[in-house]
Design a protein around this ligand. Sequence first.
Ligand code: ADP
Ligand code: MG
Length: 503
Amino acid sequence: MLDTPHPTPEAPTLDPFVLAKALSGQHFIGGRYVPARSGKTFPVVNPATGQEVATAADGDAADVDAAVEDAARAQKEWAKTAARKRGALVAQCAAVIRLHVEELGRLIALETGKALRTESRVEANTVADILEFFGGLGGELKGETVPFAPEVLSMTVREPLGVVGAIIPWNVPMLLMALKIAPALVAGNSVVVKSAEEAPLAVLRICELMNRVLPAGVFNMVSGFGPECGAPLVSHPKVRKVTFTGSVETGKIVYRTAAEKLIPVTLELGGKSPMIVFEDCDFDKTLAGALTSMRFTRQGQSCTAASRIYVERPIFQRFVDAMAEKVDKMVMGDPLDEKTDIGTIISDDQFNKVKTFIDEGKATTGAEGRACSAMPDDPALKKGLFIQPHIFTGLTKESRLVREEIFGPVTCIFPFDDPEEVLAEANDSEYGLAASLWTNNLKVGLNLAHKLEAGLVQINQNLVVQANLSYGGVKSSGLGKEASLEAMLEHFTHKKTIMINMA
Ligand code: ADP
Ligand code: MG
């Protein structure tokens, strides 16, 4: 149970600025807030104003080592706790999170610039949902009896892997963390999370809240930068599994280090997800679906963003115009304002990267990039990292905007003439995370769904990751599945065979 001399508010607090300050400069290790051993911190910036709102502990190998050692100690007892009891505790964590949804929504909006109403509050609720889902799965950690020989009882049991290192990104950090820690914990592992340097606060608060329920040391968190804090977590000898969400480039580094240790990894990497729209679709629903598919309310900062949209030629121009008109009506502004649909880009680096893509698109001969939705006019937001959503047409498929993951509010729309042609275009990508098809002809839809190279294909909808449905990509989009029972069993346990000779 929580043993903390630290002055973070006990009760939910709705002022994210106060909470951010209180959470400053801390890891959470062994059931307590602790600063970095080096004493170093780095700033946490509100991307809507450019102001520093908190600091975070600048972790290094010494902090990682302390966290992993505590996690390793705690894991031994945790693994002895009955599986359904572990699940019940994780479900109890969900109840605590539910009481703090508003608080967490505001805090994540402050540190990431994601709008409270359209994104941040939703994310906080989803965390509770994921914890509830996995909390109910303790009893599913079952083994089998195997018919080997009449006088030999052969069976399998599911055992935890040990300490799990979880490395998370900044775009939906609370949700993506929940997808990792919930199954890991229910399966009897302990976890050390390395938060993303751009968004360390809300996940830290979640760690503290869950530590009010869980035994100390079972769930630990360190903050810091990738090479200094993430890399030592992956290479630590007592970390027996790494689950990572982030870029392809870093995913490969993680995989290489894990290969040296021969430990399993789950990698959720990028995407360049196609959305394919047929003439016979329900036009208005598909249009609304395009806005959600492109995750414009998250400034397009999503691995599953529909960043390539293929529209059957007869409705192409009508679709582009109607989409631009609809995005124009979205309100960009203060992430904490209930009226806001679209907030800010996370950081200066991402802002510059996305701007470079947009400039490149605009400079391309034959291409047109429509900037939609008005920039906020509030002077308090003049330093905010706002980028207007852009809809590009007329790009060639060789364009960097079409091939690379932009991770910003930029989509490219193309006309197509027949299903085979669009299938080839859609699959012509390094990535294979998600895809959506919009048609009332289920024969065409299902045929394409089978042929699309993607981990998740949706017809006439394009939801984000959902509890109970396996989620994970093919090709450069990653390895392994998350969010489902299969994910917990396959990726957070190993199967031991036990044989008893009774002859
Ligand atoms: P982004 O493009 O968003 O920075 P990254 O893949 O670099 O994507 O970051 C995702 C997560 O991986 C972050 O928590 C980051 O700190 C971490 N990370 C970055 N580099 C490394 C590394 N060499 N080893 C382990 N983790 C890393
Ligand atoms: Mg990085």
